[in-house]
Every structure is written in C-alpha cells, then in structure tokens.
Ligand binder design. Structure first.
Ligand code: GAL
Length: 381
C-alpha cells in the first residue's frame, strides 16, 4: 500500500464527520477537483459516485472513503446522496452522465430503478461499478464490489443462536433445546442484498425453527412478511410495538434477527418502551457496526452486529475504478453468484466479521475505525 493510500485511510473518519455535519439528512453532494500534485494517471478524469442516503452512518462513511481514495489516486469526484428518493438518484446520475464523468460508482436505493441511466452510461462509454448493492435488470453493469451478502446473513443467524446459547463459541450445538421465542426483521424489499441476508440467516435458523428450538410466535417467517421498507428504524419500531401487543402480552420474547443496526435499534427502542430492561432484553443481531449500536453492544442492549469495513469496500471500488479508467478489466473473485436478470455480474466479495461485546474493542477501536470516545458516546467525535 502506498503512503498516499495509507494517509487516505487515516483521514476517512474525519471526512465522514465533515460530510455528515454539512449535509444533514437530505439529498446533497459535493464535487471536488483533484488535489495539487495528485496522482499521475487521473489528471483530468472525474468519477461520479452516487450514494443512496446519509441517515445511516455507513453511507456517509462509504461516500467519504471512496472520495478520499479517488482523490488520493488523482481523480476528481462528484459525490451525491439521494435522500433515499429514487427520482433524485436518477436525476443525480443523469447529471453526472451529462457532465461527462469517466466512471460511475453507484450504490442504488432500488437496484432495478436505474436501467435508463445505465443505458445512457453505456451509450456514452462510461463504465459502471455497482457499489455494495447489485444493479438489476440491465446488461450495462461492468463490475460489482460488495461483501459476501449470503455469508453476512449466515453470520447473523449464527450469532443469534450463539447469543441464545444454542451454539457455543466454536459454533457447535450445545444441546440447549429452548424453545426460544424469536422474531425476524429483514431489510428493504427493493434492496437486492436484503434477500441474500435473509436467505443466509434462514439457512442457519430454519432447522432450529423446524425442530422447535426456535419459536417464531407471530408465525411471520416469510421475507415478504418481515421485510422493512427503506430499512426504516421507525417502521421496525412500530412493527415491534405491534408484535408486543399481538403476541407477547404473556410471553417474553428472547431473540430478534435484525438485518441491520437501524432495525435492531428500532426493535430495541420498542422493547424498552414495553418495559424490557438490560436483564431481560432479547438477543438482538444487527449489521454495519454503527456507532449508536456499538455503544449499545458495549452496554448490553444489542447483542451483536456485523462489521463491514467500509474502508476495504471503498479501496476495492477505487482500485476497480482505476483499472477501468486505464482501460482494463478489474479482477473478480466471484463470477457465479450475482445474476442481475440480464447477466451474471463479475463481482469482488469481501469478508465481514461478527462484533459482540467481547471483540468490539479489537475490531472497531484497535483497527482505527472508531475512537474509544466515539464508542462510549455513540456518536462521531
Ligand atoms: C444494504 C447494505 C447493508 C445495510 C443496508 C441498509 O444494502 O449492504 O450494509 O447498510 O443496505 O442501508
């Protein structure tokens, strides 16, 4: 890794704070020019980077990290956040194409909603990288950088079982038979990843549901019944409120599969409102290792999260963009899994880690992802 790249990694956290502070919750963006004396290859090239929203910390961090990496490599960046509004994202990408960006890095809101933009990019000879979420229904996607989404779901399912004591630290069955009352919260149905997470988790959990170790007392086990539109924390909270009223008046709920940290915190907030305390809060999973959840994991409110190091994803996107800008083809490590309906998109999949109270400091603080004071306060320094 060059010194420039090391420096870029070191400044990501600062960038994330700066972006978060100036942009608020809505749509918005920033355009940069390459820094003086920046890389050699890039000089006059610009990369359009479209992110879905910035209410979730992860997208702020992703936007900041990608921008920093590209600028360090000598490219200018047009970074836009769409406030989770599909027409806004379409318009932002249209404008990037009109302005003549050289590569597009796109984290979609709805992976199926950008076909017109992808056609226009193709017509203008602009390569497209799908970032984190697959772009579907179009042949005009050159590369996909993401984490292994099915494996993320498996980690979530395994972590739920470990938290309940059904599996031990090595992932071996303890013989604990339950039954444990659990509920499932999946991600947004328009996000291609959400089904992968759910299927991965259910590949681990279904046998335990079938054998009666886990009891989904609401009976809601289909993706369509448990998916939360827009990964919306408030919607998860209100579904949990409803479940407490409909299903858990007499019985205590003991476990929740939550597909990301926003859903986890929504469910936990409802449980707190329903009288659950630290001593009887269910085992709740998550994803993204957001600061507010890192704090709750340290305190015992949330059991686990999945740490997807956005610095690694950003680095992979930057490297792939650089190869495309130089006229090459990025090297995939998966050419089978991500069929977008029109083609199997060559992909580079990264590995994720389960975070619990035990390894939180090692994974998140020692790696420089967060400072200890950020974890303690649950927000950026
Ligand atoms: C997914 C992403 C997850 C999570 C979620 C909510 O596509 O892979 O890490 O952040 O979106 O935005």
């Amino acid at each position: 890794m060059s010194m420039k790249r090391i420096l870029s990694v070191a400044t990501i956290a600062t960038m994330a704070v700066a972006l978060g502070a100036c942009s608020g919750d809505g749509a918005g963006g920033q355009t940069s020019t390459p820094p003086e004396g920046g890389g050699s290859a890039g000089e006059s090239k610009t990369v359009g980077v479209a992110m879905p929203e910035q209410t979730l910390e992860r997208w702020q961090a992703d936007g900041a990290a990608v921008t920093q990496g590209l600028e360090a490599a000598g490219y200018a960046v047009d970074l836009q956040f769409a406030g989770n509004d599909i027409p806004t994202q379409q318009e932002q990408i249209d404008q990037m194409i009109t302005k003549g960006v050289d590569v597009l890095i796109l984290a979609s809101i709805d992976g199926a909603s950008l076909s017109t933009q992808l056609d226009a990019a193709e017509a203008s000879g602009i390569p497209v990288i799908a970032y984190d979420r697959l772009l579907t229904g179009s042949p005009n996607v050159d590369f996909y950088v993401t984490f292994d989404n099915f494996a993320v779901g498996q980690q979530q399912g395994t972590s739920l079982l470990a938290g309940l004591g059904v599996l031990d630290a090595e992932g071996e069955a303890t013989g604990e038979e339950g039954p444990f009352m659990v509920e499932l919260f999946a991600g947004s149905p328009d996000d291609n990843n959400a089904k992968f997470f759910f299927d991965g988790a259910m590949s681990v959990l279904q046998p335990y549901i079938d054998s009666g170790v886990l009891d989904v007392a609401s009976g809601q086990t289909d993706f369509g019944q448990v998916a939360i539109q827009g990964w919306d924390q408030a919607k998860a909270q209100s579904r949990m409120d409803d479940l407490l009223t409909s299903t858990y008046q007499q019985e205590q709920i003991q476990g929740i599969l939550a597909a990301n940290d926003a859903l986890a915190r929504g469910a936990i907030t409802a449980l707190q409102g329903g009288g659950y305390g630290l001593e009887d809060i269910p085992v709740v999973t998550g994803q993204d290792a957001e600061l507010a959840s890192a704090k709750w994991i340290a305190e015992g409110w949330q059991y686990s999260s999945i740490f997807k190091d956005t610095r690694k994803l950003a680095d992979t996107a930057v490297d792939s963009a650089t190869v495309l800008l130089e006229g090459g083809e990025p090297e995939p490590n998966d050419t089978e899994t991500y069929d977008n309906g029109m083609k199997v998109v060559p992909s580079y999949l990264l590995e994720s880690d389960v975070v619990t109270a035990e390894n939180l400091s090692a994974l998140l603080v020692d790696s420089g992802y967060y400072s200890q004071s950020e974890v303690d306060s649950g927000s950026s320094d």
